[in-house]
Design a protein around this ligand. Sequence first.
Ligand code: C2E
Ligand code: CA
Ligand code: CA
Ligand code: CA
Length: 276
Amino acid sequence: ASRSEGEVYCFFSTEMNNEAQVRLGLEADLRRAIEREEFVNYYQPQYDMAGQLVGMEALVRWTHPTQGLVMPGQFISTAEETGLIGALGDIVLRNAAADIMRWRGLGLPVVPVAINISAVQFRDARLVDRILSVLSEHGLAPDALDLELTESILMGEQAGAVGFLNQLAAEGFRIAIDDFGTGYSSLGYLKRFPVHKLKIDQSFVQHLHEDTNDAILVRAIINLGHSLAMTVVAEGVETPEQFAYLRDEGADAVQGYLFSRPVPSEEMERLMRDGV
Ligand code: C2E
Ligand code: CA
Ligand code: CA
Ligand code: CA
């Protein structure tokens, strides 16, 4: 932080608790980082059960000038609380679009890129236009992307969510529900929204072999998704045993450290070229 920010920080220190001060410092730092676009996309590959690359997820990292690579868990919630997530989301999208166009230019067989959209971004009435305008800047069609949303967006709290989703689906975006199974018990929303894909939350996958309830739930989610004509992807796959269970139960695709951690775009390029 600059000297003047340091002074502001001291000025407030008697008024605020420590957590609030840290947050204020982070907000200022984040604001500056967004102006300077200090973010890169890492990509984590998704494979079908025969080992074919079928997709990838863009996961943002902050290339902080002094702290090095900062993980999204450290700053996404602050970005959401301060309204900076809209601008950050644009940067992630722009970086993904640029990477896709570069990969296509190299003649690589580019698979759809999944982009995480936070519930807060769904409160922005211009969300659809924002996404479309970034894509058109790069000459990219919506079918190049999957949009990953969490269940909270679909639970009807947010006015306009149905309209947005129908609009996005009509434009040709595929919609995936992220962290499926962790949010709400009501499944009624699944038939009200154009959903193409369920991503089984990693918490269910992680304990597949210690917890029979998780194994039963994973099977149930796969069957539920398939009976609604959706693709089912499991995330957080770390062991061959987890993979074998998912394959036997008919999951469509997998993502996890067993296959690859999220990697920088150059490394993703190599994975596209050479396979696993
Ligand atoms: P997510 O969307 O559920 O992403 C999956 C997270 O699990 C990623 O963490 C990924 O690195 C991690 N992961 C992948 N495979 C494994 C595995 O086998 N084992 C374990 N233990 N973890 C695995 P990451 O990259 O730290 O991202 C954390 C969260 O931050 C994401 O969770 C997502 O909610 C959010 N996020 C990341 N990038 C963006 C973004 O561009 N926009 C928004 N709005 N949120 C983002
Ligand atoms: Ca995700
Ligand atoms: Ca997830
Ligand atoms: Ca998550």
